[in-house]
Design a protein around this ligand. Structure first.
Ligand code: BDR
Ligand code: CA
Length: 317
């Protein structure tokens, strides 16, 4: 089992990522950190707590993280995508349990120290907490197994600007720190997350999956509606964050994930762009000096069905 700390700005797709990590037997979920992003920090934290309870895993600690980006002053949220409650306006709105007393960055470091070389950090929101953890503990890269993020786009267009994906665009300075640290960043970007989608057929199946399945179906309604309008022209939505958990867990093996040089643009019109050196793509990606980013370029879109199956099975249990 892969020991995991999951850091998320819990909106709709983050909820599926937490559920996947909490329920899949290949994952040992040791902690969840909340971060600002899709919604404000209080809402994200409440949704993290609610989700671990929904999964029947109330013992998984949830620690509060950053409520704004590292350097920029004004956080920008995405309530229009995830609903006012970050749960497609279909969440319970009910707080369950309490967050840990340590911060999300402190929790990440503590868990890494408790299991040297074994923990995978999976970050599926803005990378503010991870950057703070690197500041507090510069040796963090040598303490963990690796880091996997949902964020960026190697070849695909952005989803906030022409070139920037939301998690990176929200805090490019934090992302730059994470990309520059001495570890390999496995990047599950829009190249693959736009291609694995959920639709009303998935929702109909989820509706048969007990309380948990019905909850997920409920929160997806608004989210699918948003994507229908802005991205697909038909009722389906991206799955995004659960893909990062599954790649980190080894339950979704990418078809293509070269190791390349990459950096994050922090300024100007390209702010938030993940610039990956893909010049070797026509030669099968020969080894590059200084290559520390593994952008996933292809996965199996049928993975969406697996997630739905897992949730239905858990809902029936
Ligand atoms: C990413 O941004 C957030 O809205 C989603 O939860 C996902 O992590 C997609 O760009
Ligand atoms: Ca997210």
């Amino acid at each position: 089992r892969v020991k995991m700390v999951l850091d998320c700005d819990t909106g709709v797709d983050d909820t599926l990522a937490i559920l996947y990590a909490a329920l899949h037997p290949a994952v040992e979920l040791l902690g969840v950190g909340s971060v600002w992003g899709n919604v404000d920090l209080d809402t994200a934290t409440r949704n993290c707590l609610h989700t671990v309870h929904l999964a029947g895993r109330p013992e998984v600690p949830v620690a509060r993280g950053a409520d704004r980006p590292l350097l920029q002053t004004d956080p920008v949220f995405a309530y229009h995508v995830h609903g006012d409650d970050g749960q497609g306006n279909a969440g319970t709105g009910r707080a369950v349990g309490a967050p840990a007393t340590e911060s999300a960055a402190e929790q990440m470091i503590r868990i890494a120290r408790e299991h040297p070389g074994e923990v995978e950090i999976v970050a599926v929101g803005p990378l503010t907490n991870v950057a703070i953890a690197l500041g507090l503990c510069p040796e963090l890269p040598s303490l963990v197994r690796g880091i996997t993020i949902m964020g960026g786009a190697a070849l695909a267009p952005g989803n906030v600007t022409e070139v920037a994906e939301a998690n990176i665009w929200c805090d490019p300075d934090a992302a730059a720190a994470v990309f520059n640290a001495a570890w390999t960043v496995t990047m599950i970007g829009l190249d693959v997350t736009m291609l694995t989608t959920l639709d009303d057929g998935h929702r109909a199946r989820l509706d048969t999956g007990g309380t948990l399945g019905r909850y997920v179906s409920g929160i997806l309604d608004h989210y699918i509606g948003y994507f229908a309008e802005v991205a697909f022209g038909e009722r389906r939505s991206c799955m995004h964050d659960a893909l990062a958990v599954a790649v980190a867990a080894g339950t979704l093996v990418p078809d293509l994930a070269p190791l390349v040089r990459a950096y994050v643009s922090t300024e100007g019109p390209t702010r938030g762009q993940t610039v990956c050196d893909l010049r070797g793509m026509y030669m099968g990606f020969p080894e590059q000096e200084g290559a520390r980013c593994r952008p996933v370029l292809r996965t199996d879109p049928a993975f969406a069905d697996e997630v739905v199956d897992l949730l239905i099975a858990a809902g029936d249990a």
